[in-house]
Design a protein around this ligand. Structure first.
Ligand code: C5P
Length: 280
């Protein structure tokens, strides 16, 4: 495997990507201080003065998966969906405050965050809809945050480069960014059991997360619009006429929704483990 190549399940071999989102802790500084001391102060700085945040929404019921527990508790190989998703956020090496949104009263998932998180990871209880859960997460973010990435925990195996691409596009000046991938199927809109339209496939994208926004914009659109049919945050921004930039997503950023998705996720995690074993 090439140095630095991303593998499934967020495992990265070879040199690490530089941290993103903080000029203070660049490699110039690490050459003049011990790496451990720099890391300590990086974390202190991140806790008191975060410029980026990730809202990780994990408060869904998982009824379509049919496992009888909240989806974030379902295991993929050796870890729960929530642990994989949290690892994905941390593996992106974005200097971000992470707010995990959990089902109310779920002590099992709270224990997962306590175990796998860190000083810059906090927890808040979610709501009945995804939008209510995102809003709960946004309400807890420190005022120092400029950019926020909203990520579905159900997209548990999202590779680090997708997070980095979204944040970089925000840092380059976009107000709203979403990853997307080309679709393989022909997509038709259907009304009353009949085809109403067939949009040209070349212009279609399956939209993923993390979606990135300036915090000011996302808070504004969440306070102005509330609708049970809102399935992602970009929809809210689109309704205001603000352009949403689309960057390349990744096939492994799929949402674990059905038992078939879970089988695919388990196969990817198994393959990553085998790769990791070969590297040792
Ligand atoms: O239900 P859906 O597939 O749209 O869920 C996408 C993400 O939103 C999942 O990670 C899920 O845990 C989260 N969600 C949430 N609160 C809800 C519903 C969904 O945090 N009430």
């Amino acid at each position: 495997m090439n140095a630095g190549t991303a593998t499934p399940f967020n495992i990265r071999f070879g040199p690490k990507e530089p941290r993103i989102g903080s000029d203070l802790w660049s490699s110039e500084h690490t050459s003049i201080r011990s790496a451990r001391l720099v890391n300590y102060w990086r974390i202190v700085w991140l806790v008191v003065n975060p410029k980026q945040a990730i809202v990780l929404v994990a408060a869904g019921s998982g009824s379509r998966l049919g496992m009888g527990v909240p989806k974030a508790q379902v295991r993929i190989g050796d870890a729960t969906i929530l642990e994989h998703a949290l690892r994905a956020c941390l593996a992106s090496r974005i200097d971000a405050h992470v707010c995990v949104v959990l089902p109310p009263g779920d002590d099992t998932l709270r224990a997962v965050v306590d175990h796998s998180g860190g000083p810059s990871v906090t927890v808040v209880e979610g709501g009945v809809t995804r939008q209510a859960s995102v809003r709960a997460g946004l309400s807890t973010l420190p005022s120092t945050v400029r950019y926020v990435l909203v990520h579905d925990a159900a997209r548990a195996l999202t590779p680090p480069e997708v997070f980095r691409r979204v944040l970089q596009t925000l840092m380059d000046g976009a107000e709203a960014v979403t990853p997307g991938v080309a679709v393989a199927d022909t997509i038709k809109s259907v009304s009353d059991g009949c085809v109403a339209a067939t949009p040209a496939r070349a212009g279609l994208r399956a939209i993923q997360t993390p979606q990135g926004f300036t915090l000011e914009l996302l808070r504004r659109v969440h306070s102005e619009t509330s609708d049970a049919d809102i399935t992602d945050d970009a929809m809210l921004v689109e309704s205001l006429g603000v352009p949403v930039r689309v960057v390349e997503g990744h096939p492994e950023a799929f949402k674990v929704t059905t038992p078939l998705d879970l089988m695919l996720a388990e196969a990817l995690v198994r393959r990553a483990r085998e790769h990791a074993g070969e590297q040792q």
